[in-house]
Design a protein around this ligand. Structure first.
Ligand code: TYM
Length: 341
């Protein structure tokens, strides 16, 4: 029986993560996920994919799918991901994922799946398409991860519950059929998983909801300025060292992502002395956001226009991912006892 190795023999530890091609990437995707991918590629064996099968659970119309897949790939590369260093691939190109998903479905209980937060959110938003794929979404995600026997999964805070479910399936599988998989854990450099809030202070930045309160990596400079200037503020604190309301905390939080330390310190001091001018703070934040987003947007646009290159990237990524997937599936079939011919 295979041991629950979390490295290849003599190799580096294994990392896996994915992003759905359901819209434009935003600051939450960057700071929750892609920033970690870029750092991890230097020290781990990494599998990063575009979760196109997952997108079918909520976006059955596939007219925009190819464009969206190309966009996610381009944006990942523009942020610094190197397709030579990692396996950057498309979920649907690796058929072994669907096979593993099927086996894991037998270890997933309907009662648990119905209680998943993302399932409840999605059926609230889309009550006319409550399909079984939506219910078993976390099972497919677990299959993506353990297909490479990955240990570390760089994700934002919203994915914590899915990771916990993946660990449950791993434990059930290992217990029933023998030790094949390591337990995957959500990963972030730094102490905690990240949630990048939306600019209106209500919820998080998102690819498809709340678009005027989300900063996309493809936003033009003027749009970035407009969105930041609209962020909710108030008349300012009336007593020194007051606690900050959530929406003000959010603005400081966004500033911490892109602005220099002295700038943040200055506005913290102004806040504590009740001299803060939110208009100035938002102008500064807008300029720092423009400085951060512009090079990524321009690089992504260039990459996206080169379809032949993107095809090459996908082929190269699929080849690496298939190799790893096939090795795992041999162990899986053997462990389950499907090796009798
Ligand atoms: P998706 O496409 O919604 O998001 C991609 C990544 O971005 C992170 N993220 C955020 N982080 C911080 N703040 C935010 N506002 C924010 N919004 C999104 C997400 O946590 C995620 O890391 N189910 C996954 C896709 C997936 C996957 C996988 C992930 C499919 N298979 C296997 C990891 C491993 C999803 O919908 O991500």
């Amino acid at each position: 029986m295979a041991a629950t190795n979390d490295t290849r023999p003599g190799g580096r530890q294994l990392v896996m993560s994915g992003i759905r091609p359901t819209g434009f990437l935003h600051l939450g995707n960057y700071f929750g996920a892609v920033r970690n991918y870029v750092r991890m590629q230097e020290e781990f064996e990494c599998y990063f994919m575009v979760a196109d099968l997952h997108s079918l659970t909520t976006h059955p119309d596939t007219k925009e799918l190819k464009t969206n897949v190309h966009r996610v790939l381009s944006e990942n590369i523009a942020c610094g991901l190197d397709p030579e260093k990692v396996a950057l691939y498309c979920q649907s190109h690796i058929f072994e994922t669907s096979e593993l998903y099927l086996y894991l479905n037998m270890l997933a209980y309907v009662g648990e799946l119905e209680k998943t937060t993302t399932f409840k959110d999605k059926i609230r938003l889309n009550p006319e398409n409550i399909n079984a794929g939506l219910l078993t979404y976390p099972v497919l995600q677990a299959a993506d991860i353990i297909l490479h026997r990955a240990k570390y999964v760089p994700v934002g805070k919203d994915q914590e519950q899915h990771l916990e479910m993946a660990r449950n399936y791993v434990n059930r599988f290992n217990h029933r059929y023998g030790e094949v998989f390591p337990e995957p854990v959500a990963f972030n450099y730094g102490d905690e998983l990240i949630k990048v809030p939306s600019l209106d202070g209500a919820g998080k930045m998102s690819k498809s909801e709340n678009q005027l309160a989300t900063l996309y990596l493809s936003d033009e400079d003027e749009l970035i300025r407009k969105k930041v200037m609209k962020a909710k503020t108030d008349a300012g604190p009336t007593a020194p060292d007051s606690p900050k309301p959530d929406y003000i905390e959010n603005i400081f939080g966004l500033m911490k992502l892109v602005s220099d330390n002295e700038v943040i310190r200055k506005f913290e001091e102004d806040y504590n002395k009740c001299t803060i001018r939110y208009g100035d703070m938002k102008k500064q934040l807008a300029e720092d956001m423009v400085r951060f987003i512009t090079p990524i947007r321009e690089k992504a646009r260039d990459i996206r226009s080169n379809e032949a290159y993107l095809k090459e990237v996908m082929e190269m990524g699929a080849e690496k991912a298939r190799k790893s997937a096939r090795a795992t599936m041999t162990l899986v079939r053997e462990a389950i006892g499907l090796n009798y011919y």
